[in-house]
Design a protein around this ligand. Structure first.
Ligand code: PAF
Length: 283
């Protein structure tokens, strides 16, 4: 695996590959890799001749400096995992390589970044859009791969691609779960065994809601029960639990108007913020 820390040598290397007509798949990450990330690498390898992964803990997408400081950093292990998985190129830039130090550009996605994650993490998606735009410009991939766990992020990047006319395909790869159902996340590394057990309440709430919606129960009734379950378990705090339209992410309430929807949840477990979601079709 070729490793680059600077933009220009990476650009020169990729230019050579493009001249040789090699298709390029991009898997952007913030490191602390797990099997979810590796499934993105596998998806890219299946569709492209060259897979480029990036590891960069992007400061502009953290609206909380403590969260940024505590974000797990496991570069040596990550490099090993990527290399074993057959990733061809790894880009690990520094902050000064990615940001000039001048005021950062900002994005506004209208209603799409004012709900769910955007409501609780102001500025988060502007930071994501900024770094993803930079990575798309530097690497110029044919395809880019993102996990479905960050569902709203995928919709934002989709809008970004449409608005800025990036010429690439976006691929959303299904959530990878532990046998228990817990969605894999880099943040799980900050949970002990008891924390992981408590974190199952997120997935259980999604499964419960999905089953109840299919029976025709209204989402506001379901939410009251889920809030009760969270209030009864020590060390957990529900941030949001929403039923939303899959494309616009605007909240839905009436089961009979739903169609293709998604249930999304965010909660703190032992001070660690986790998210999860589940697609649902109700006709
Ligand atoms: O999903 C992530 O890990 C990050 O938000 C991304 C897309 C790598 C941008 O920093």
């Amino acid at each position: 695996m070729e490793i680059f820390e600077e933009i220009e040598p990476l650009r020169a290397f990729l230019k050579g590959k493009r001249i040789a007509s090699k298709s390029i798949g991009l898997v952007p990450t913030m490191g602390a890799l797990h099997h979810g990330h590796l499934s993105l690498i596998r998806a890219s390898k299946a569709e492209n001749e060259l897979t480029v992964s990036t590891i960069y803990v992007n400061p502009t997408q953290f609206n909380n400096s403590e969260d940024l400081d505590k974000y797990p950093r496991t570069l040596e292990m990550d490099t090993q995992l990527l290399s074993q998985e057959g990733c061809d190129v790894l880009f690990v830039p520094t902050n000064s390589e990615m940001y000039s130090g001048a005021q950062n550009l900002a994005f506004d996605f209208g209603n799409l970044d004012k709900v769910l994650e955007g409501k609780f993490r102001p500025g988060h998606f502007s930071g994501v859009a900024l770094v993803v735009s930079k990575l798309f410009n530097i690497i110029q991939p044919d395809r880019a791969y993102f996990g479905q766990k960050d569902y709203q992020q995928f919709q934002i990047i989709h809008r970004l691609k449409e608005e800025l006319k990036f010429s690439l395909e976006l691929q959303s790869v299904p959530i990878v779960r532990e046998d228990s159902g817990l969605a894999l996340s880099s943040r799980n590394q900050r949970l002990d065994a008891e924390g992981k057990r408590k974190a199952l309440l997120l997935y259980e709430s999604l499964k419960y809601a999905s089953a109840e919606l299919l029976k025709g129960i209204r989402f506001d009734i379901i939410r009251i029960e889920v809030e009760k379950r969270f209030s009864q378990l020590k060390g957990v705090k529900l941030e949001y639990f929403e039923l939303a339209h899959r494309a616009t992410l605007q909240p839905l309430d009436e089961a009979d108007k739903i169609g293709e929807a998604i249930i999304l949840i965010a909660a703190f477990v032992d001070e660690v913020r986790l998210i999860d979601n589940m697609l649902i079709d109700i006709n």
